[in-house]
Design a protein around this ligand. Structure first.
Ligand code: NAD
Ligand code: UDP
Length: 323
């Protein structure tokens, strides 16, 4: 990556800010575009005074250009937590549609490799388990989550069309990666996702709000591993789609109990209403990532959760006021 020039949309967000940091550590110059809808400049505090890092406040649904050479384009701009996309459904659909179009256009004009940060949500409430890339998914097109799921499915189709384009109007070198639930420092305390919610509740001695009976599963990947996968996908020539996630699967009730233990908390579990269309099972098949990228996650759940809990403990006000 040394000497490369990368554009990161959504670079002020949780995953994007870690990606910007790793790109800079690897010697790349980074241009970050973000409209700060769900991200924050606080996530880029380590980049202050870095002359090879450039932040531009921009909504990628509006066309944009970046001066000079660009080698890599990472498209992460989109609300990502269910609470955020339910609050901003149209902005979410537009980030997947116009945002992906404008970002692909930049990659095409610059002859840059384009990395789409897609999601395990393209599998919807899956009928196949674990989920391999060959599974087409089970998505409700008009349900509450459809603004996110269908935006990402459209973004994948658009990326595929650019990849297939043989002419200068649509041809681009692209890769689709499907990120599974990622957690770590810089998640917002109140973004509604299970990990930060349970940490904040456990630390405050409040009940941990487990949805349904807590038997639904997720497979949690630490953010450093996810970012390593994004970088591996950028370096490789593979078009994807490629799952990036940690196959270690657990129920949400188990997750709540583990976070409570690691926080040294005695909070009770409180069983609350399960969201509509909440996927019942989720675990990535990462055979393709292992073989095509030589990538696999390294950080186990206890280590990652401990680092995340420590980060929240050091910043008791992290994310307050940004819901
Ligand atoms: P995040 O909300 O922290 O980051 C998203 C960033 O995109 C924010 O900084 C936000 O301000 C920015 N953004 C949103 N709309 C924009 C627009 N129109 N123009 C410019 N910037 C815009 O979310 P995250 O968890 O960091 O997710 C990053 C990406 O990874 C998303 O595309 C998400 O779909 C994908 N992803 C994340 C996870 C996960 O578990 N975190 C899982 C699967 C996929
Ligand atoms: N969840 C929960 N309590 C919460 C927040 C989430 O039980 O306070 C559940 C949620 O219903 C889902 C799982 O935890 O079954 C993961 O939710 P999250 O929002 O973290 O990720 P996603 O739904 O995008 O997989």
């Amino acid at each position: 990556m040394a000497g490369a020039r990368a554009v990161v949309t959504g670079g002020a967000g949780f995953v994007g800010s870690h990606l910007c940091d790793r790109l800079r550590e690897a010697g790349a110059e980074v241009v970050c575009l973000d409209n700060l809808l769900t991200g924050s400049l606080e996530n880029l505090a380590d980049r202050q005074g870095d002359s090879h890092f450039h932040f531009r406040r921009h909504d990628v649904c509006e066309p944009f250009d970046v001066a000079g050479l660009v080698d890599l384009v990472f498209h992460l701009a989109s609300p990502a937590s269910p609470r955020d996309y339910l609050r901003h459904p149209v902005a979410t659909l537009r980030a997947g549609a116009e945002g992906t179009f404008n970002t692909l256009e930049l990659a095409r004009r610059k002859h840059a490799r384009f990395v789409l940060a897609s999601t395990s949500e393209v599998y919807g409430d899956p009928l196949a388990h674990p989920q391999a890339e060959s599974y087409w998914g089970n998505v409700n097109p008009v349900g509450p989550r459809s603004c996110y799921d269908e935006a990402k499915r459209y973004a994948e189709a658009l990326t595929t069309a650019y990849r297939a384009g043989q002419d200068v109007e649509t041809g681009a070198d692209t890769v689709i990666v499907r990120l599974f639930n990622t957690y770590g420092p810089r998640m917002r305390a109140h973004d509604g996702r299970a990990v930060p919610t349970f940490i904040v509740q456990a630390r405050a001695g409040q009940p941990l709000t487990v949805a349904g009976d807590g038997s639904q599963t997720r497979s949690l990947c630490y953010v450093e591993d996810t970012v390593a996968g994004l970088l591996a996908a950028a370096r490789a020539g593979h078009p994807g789609p490629i799952n990036l996630g940690n196959p270690a699967e657990l129920t949400i009730a188990q997750l709540a109990v583990r976070i409570r233990e690691l926080c040294g908390s005695r909070s009770p579990l409180e069983f609350v209403e399960r969201p509509v269309d909440d996927p019942g099972l989720r675990r990535p098949d990462i055979t393709l990532a292992r073989t095509a990228l030589g990538w696999a996650p390294n950080v186990d759940l206890d280590k990652g959760l401990t680092a995340t809990i420590d980060w929240f403990a050091a910043r008791p006000a992290a994310g307050e006021g940004r819901g």
